[in-house]
Design a protein around this ligand. Sequence first.
Ligand SMILES: Nc1nc2c(ncn2[C@@H]2O[C@H](COP(=O)(O)OP(=O)(O)OP(=O)(O)O)[C@@H](O)[C@H]2O)c(=O)[nH]1
Ligand SMILES: [Zn+2]
Length: 227
Amino acid sequence: MKTSLQKELYPFMIVSGQKEHQLIEETFKDQIDHHTVISKKLEQSGQFMEAVRSLIDLCGDDPDRDGLQETPYRVLKAFLEYTEGYREDPKLHLAKTFDVDHDHKELVLVKDIEFYSICEHHFAPFFGVAHVAYFPNEKITGLSKIARMVDGYARRFQVQERLTKQIADAVEEVLEPQGTMVVLEAKHMCMCGRGVKKSDASTTTMSYRGIFEGRADLRAEFLSLLK
Ligand SMILES: Nc1nc2c(ncn2[C@@H]2O[C@H](COP(=O)(O)OP(=O)(O)OP(=O)(O)O)[C@@H](O)[C@H]2O)c(=O)[nH]1
Ligand SMILES: [Zn+2]
């Protein structure tokens, strides 16, 4: 039930109950023009939940049966979680840097960083691991910050190639290292339960910059460390 205050603040609200309102408020609390944004997002979330009901109907089930009544809200909540990377600048995780010890400008490799993303073509999950390496110049960053940055780009609508590139670009831009190399290995659900139905297929993508570009031996060393 909408309160009169809600009606006044959010006149475009369509199918929004208390739960949705709280979810939207919490999700977009950091937005600058707060009230305008919340009002618009509530309108959109109402339309989205209506669309999920239509989808259920279209697929041949009854959106009003017990098990499906809350599904539009659950799907909304899940999608806001899958895409929380849009509401941050992932590069900023790397921004707290430390000066590197001048005697130690050797490879730093963080491997097997689990990630979970959404394929922008089918909205099906793709997930796997990221391996991120760089040769520092003047700066290093906390290891966990690299994993946080990966999550920030993964939690968007993506293709694996762009995700790989964005991770490499972030390391390059913030840490200004001698070189960066990123490898992602992932399984795409859009190739498993539907379409071509190849559930054993996995995809490897790679981006490298700086010192890695002209040095096949360094790339080979990096890849050998992943075995
Ligand atoms: N390059 C790339 N392709 C992707 C990624 N995720 C999904 N795809 C592909 O995106 C393509 C979309 O092809 P379309 O022909 O437009 O769509 P579709 O008819 O659903 O394709 P099928 O999956 O072959 O049934 C498919 O070949 C997917 O395998 C990704 O991260 N990178
Ligand atoms: Zn897909």
